[in-house]
Write a protein that binds this ligand. Structure first.
Ligand SMILES: Cc1cc2nc3c(=O)[nH]c(=O)nc-3n(C[C@H](O)[C@H](O)[C@H](O)COP(=O)(O)O)c2cc1C
Length: 188
């Protein structure tokens, strides 16, 4: 028997993505974002608040990177979601993390996070619920330590965080449950 909970944005799991940009003075800003994901073979969609420094930076520089947050850096990832570079000008420096400029777009790649999706701004769709940023993926970079023998990212080595929209918590990705496009074949 199901109970109705009302209309809420209750999807699980949500990603814990770190949106990294350059401010006008060249300093790095990173913000935590759960409401985003893939929206095409080479595109990502981000639901961002217009007031965030990140939004201003994306409009100004036309680029951003998305890093997958790992459990080892949960405190830093959460900090990026509660502090704003609008009011805390040394936000990124306080985290103690490091960044290098992407070779593909005008945005920083955070060294400590294991995977970065490097995007150029494709367009911003405006609607009554705020800007929806569409980014074109120009490159994905990953630490060699998380690659499997086949050269692909082995997600079991990331220890990635996921966001729980129901309870406002972070979880860690668990174990592999099965193979996609395969487990259901028994019903074909
Ligand atoms: C778990 C978590 C998820 C968040 N997801 C989003 C999101 O999807 N979109 C958004 O606009 N803000 C989101 N935020 C809020 C921003 O990260 C936060 O307002 C941040 O301070 C903005 O930083 P900035 O002003 O330096 O860009 C989230 C915060 C947390 C803690």
């Amino acid at each position: 028997m199901k109970k109705n909970l009302g209309a809420h944005p209750y999807v699980f799991p949500m990603p814990v993505l770190m949106v990294a940009t350059y401010c006008e003075d060249g300093t790095v800003d990173v913000m935590n974002m759960a409401w985003g994901g893939i929206c095409g073979n080479k595109y990502v969609a981000l639901n961002l608040d217009e007031e965030h420094k990140t939004m201003e930076n994306i409009r100004m520089r036309g680029a951003f990177t998305l890093s997958i947050a790992d459990a080892a850096h949960m405190a830093e990832a959460d900090f990026f979601g509660i502090a704003s570079a609008n009011t805390m000008h040394d936000k990124f420096a306080r985290s103690g993390m490091h960044a290098v400029k992407s070779a593909f777009v005008d945005a920083p790649v955070i060294e400590e996070f294991p995977v970065a999706i490097e995007c150029s701004l494709f367009k911003v769709d405006e609607w009554e619920h705020g800007p929806r940023v569409i980014g074109e993926i120009m490159n994905v970079s990953a630490e060699e330590s998380i690659l499997g023998a086949d050269g692909k990212v082995d997600v079991s080595k990331i220890d990635a965080l996921i966001f729980d929209q129901f309870g406002g918590c972070y979880y860690k990705v668990g174990e592999k449950a099965g193979k996609a496009w395969s487990e259901g074949k028994k019903f074909m």
